[in-house]
Structures are given as structure tokens and as C-alpha cells.
Design a protein. Structure first.
Length: 281
């Protein structure tokens, strides 16, 4: 039987602090409510980056209500360009966690498109890279989350070295290059002050260890040494949680932006993701 193409519908959530969360939901129309899967992008990412729309399509085709979105301070106003670097400079983990809370509140409050298709009592979350760290933190604080999946997720919230951090604290902000666009992207000192205030909250291995909900850790063995080492720390923190090390898989599972098509590594990661979510949700 031929699989129906998922329907896609956009949404915007205005925040009281002036930010906006823009996203889409994808689902295959049917009479029944579907488990919800939130898909969190990573650092220097956005909802339409690379393989994320493809992943959402695959997850929706598998019978879920898939939600992709831009964090409100990710620096992208609506398309695929970083045109709000002033907002990017203000981003913190606390803001991203608040964004996730707002999305779940909108889901429960039937504010997202086609609420009749979504089962707000069955929520899962997937995250790529820094989004994986956010997924673990969010699931640890919200029992409504039934399952989580990390795709090459981080184990350490602070992504920067000591020299970069010192410059940001001293000068108010420091800049990290975007290899794709050539832009110098600002990181404000508030990012590090947020980590100072929330050291225990954003201790990702500890958050994972405390989780009762099931988490699948997926890691490519051709990723950076930092993330592969972090994968080991996560496994050590929660040996009861399932994990998958994908041979030959890079940080983006071999996919690129603009998206040029799926790879065997990406499809393997998504097949494992869908199977896990079906079993646990």
C-alpha cells in the first residue's frame, strides 16, 4: 500500500519577551490522534536545516504528529538566513527550555494546527547536537515527555573553550564563524552567566542519569572526538538507556545543507528512531 504524503501546516507563537517561535507540524491525516514528536535543531541550526525536514517527513509517515520549529533566539527570522544575529547573541539554554515549554503549552492548549490529529498526552522529543542536550534537559524536568532520542547529542552544555569564554565575559560578546555563510556569529556573555546560574540544571549527564523516561542515544563514529567522548560519558551516566553507534556516520549523518538527499547512515538513524518511539510511546 502506498504511503500517503504528510500534510504540513505552519504556526507562529508570539512570546511575551518579544520573541517568536516559528514552526511547522507534519502528519498523515486520519481519524485518530497521533503521538507527538518535537524535533529540536542544534547550534547554528534552524528548522529547515539539512536533514531536519526529511526527518520530520519520515517520522510523520510513521504515524506521528511531528513538530519542527526555530528556537526564538536562533537568529533566523523565517527562512534559511541568519538575519537576526542581534537575537542570536541573546540566546541561552534557559531561553531554549522556555521555548520548549511554550510549544508544549500550545500543544496542550490546542493552539497548534490541526489539534484533532495530536495526542497531547503522548509526547516525545528528538534533538540534533545541542538540540540533543536540550532534549535530555527538557525530558528530565517534564514527566509529560514519554521518550527522547538524541542524534549526535552533546554531553557538555558549554560548547566553547576557556579563551573564547573569557573574551565573551570581558567584551560582552565573542564571535564564532559560520563556515557555510561566512558570518561571524555573536555569543553574548549572558550565555555563560546562564550556565553559571544553572550549573546543576544543565549538567547533561546528570540529567540523563535522573531520567525515568527512555532515551535512545544515537552517535556517529565519524563525528568529532569531543562528541564521541561525550557519548561515552552519557552511556556511563545512564548504562540502562539504549544507545547506537553508527559506523561511518558523521555529525550530520552524511547529509548536507542544502539537503541533497538521504544517506544510508541517516536512514539507519531514522529507522532506529522510529522503531524506538513506536515501542516507547
Amino acid at each position: 500500500m502506498e504511503t500517503k504524503a504528510p500534510r504540513q501546516a505552519p504556526f507562529e507563537l508570539r512570546l511575551s519577551d518579544g520573541g517568536t517561535i516559528r514552526g511547522e507540524v507534519r502528519f498523515v491525516p486520519s481519524g485518530g490522534r497521533k503521538p507527538v514528536v518535537l524535533i529540536a535543531h542544534g547550534f547554528k541550526g534552524f528548522k529547515d536545516w539539512g536533514f531536519l525536514p526529511y526527518a520530520a517527513e519520515r517520522i510523520a509517515e510513521a504515524g506521528f504528529y511531528a513538530v519542527t520549529f526555530n528556537f526564538s533566539r536562533n537568529g533566523v527570522s523565517g527562512g534559511e538566513e541568519f538575519d537576526e544575529l542581534n537575537k542570536f547573541a541573546l540566546n541561552t539554554y534557559s531561553r531554549e527550555q522556555s521555548d520548549l515549554e511554550r510549544i508544549v503549552a500550545a500543544l496542550v492548549g490546542r493552539e497548534l494546527p490541526h489539534p484533532e490529529q495530536a495526542d497531547a498526552k503522548r509526547i516525545g522529543i528528538c534533538g540534533h547536537s545541542r538540540g540533543g542536550g536540550n532534549a535530555i534537559i527538557f525530558a528530565s524536568e517534564h514527566p509529560i515527555v514519554r521518550a527522547a532520542v538524541t542524534w549526535n547529542g552533546i554531553a557538555r552544555a558549554n560548547l566553547f573553550d576557556a579563551e573564547f569564554e573569557a573574551a565573551a565575559r570581558r567584551d560582552g560578546q565573542a564571535f564564532v564563524p559560520n563556515a557555510r555563510t561566512g558570518q561571524q556569529m555573536p555569543i553574548g556573555k549572558g550565555f555563560f552567566e546562564d550556565l553559571d546560574r544553572n550549573a546543576d540544571r544543565f549538567d547533561i549527564p546528570a540529567r540523563l542519569a535522573s531520567l525515568r523516561a527512555p532515551v535512545l542515544l544515537i552517535q556517529g563514529d565519524a563525528d568529532s572526538s569531543r562528541l564521541i567522548e561525550g557519548f561515552g560519558r552519557l552511556k556511563e551516566a545512564a548504562p540502562q538507556q539504549p544507545s547506537l553507534l553508527l559506523e561511518g556516520a558523521s555529525h550530520t549523518f552524511g547529509a548536507s545543507h542544502p539537503f541533497a538527499g538521504a544517506t544510508p547512515e541517516l536512514d539507519a538513524a531514522l529507522e532506529a528512531t522510529v522503531g524506538f518511539l513506536r515501542e516507547k510511546m
